[in-house]
Write a protein that binds this ligand. Structure first.
Ligand code: CA
Length: 227
């Protein structure tokens, strides 16, 4: 399920858009201030951020600029006020991927979201076919992993786990999120499953699995792939 972070303070508008997105099958996290949105975008992985310009506290431009500065590369769709050409230009300059007028038809908003997700997915697949960290190389199209040039045999679930973390490199991913998206399970049960598979993956890709350099545990939060 694709996750969208929606940063907007106007309740009526926000609830309408959120409901529509959820009806389309997206999972939506709604942040009502720029600061809350910024924190959410930094600490969790999303497939897309829909960001209003006018926000209390930190405005949308600041949020976008700061996220890019922090290395968060999640696609950003900026919501601009009617006819504010300057908004669009500034937004794109600060690292937004696209913009849409807030008063557009809902169907257009949905179309822009879809288009941006498709573009981002296509770009990730194109550039992410071969990925490397440390001595590990992952060929995604062939499902092959090597470490120091030697093949590493991963189980299908280990491969999915590694791929999921790779797609969100640097972000902290909770056990619940991994369970739901890698295993398709409900996060409240069985979080040991994740730990067991992380341990298995470490043995295969880390130099010394007792002192992992890449597949890191973030206390109280989950895991992340560094490097
Ligand atoms: Ca607003």
């Amino acid at each position: 399920m694709r996750r969208i972070l929606f940063i907007e303070d106007e309740t009526g508008f926000a609830v309408g858009v959120r409901d529509r997105l959820e009806a389309e099958g997206y999972r939506v996290e709604w942040a009502q201030t720029g600061t809350a949105g910024y924190e959410a975008a930094r600490s969790h992985a999303f497939d897309l951020i829909v960001l209003d310009v006018m926000l209390p506290g930190r405005n949308g431009f600041d949020v976008c600029r700061d996220l890019r500065r922090d290395g968060v590369n999640t696609p950003v769709l900026m919501l601009t006020a009617r006819g504010e050409v300057a908004d669009r230009v500034v937004g794109l300059k600060l690292g937004a991927d696209d913009y849409v007028q807030k008063n557009c038809e809902p169907i257009e908003l949905m179309a822009r979201i879809e288009a941006l997700l498709r573009r981002a997915g296509g770009a990730a697949a194109a550039t992410g076919a071969n990925v490397a960290f440390g001595h590990v190389r992952v060929d995604r199209s062939r499902h092959e992993v090597t470490r120091k040039g030697k093949p590493v045999v991963l189980s299908p679930v280990e491969f999915r786990l590694l791929e999921y973390l790779l797609d969100r490199r640097g972000a902290v991913i909770s056990r619940e999120e991994l369970l739901e998206n890698v295993w398709g399970l409900d996060g409240d049960t069985m979080s040991r499953t994740v730990d067991v598979h992380i341990a298995g993956l470490r043995k295969k890709i880390e130099e010394d699995s007792r002192y992992p350099r890449y597949l890191l545990t973030v206390k109280g939060a989950g895991y992340k792939l560094a490097g």
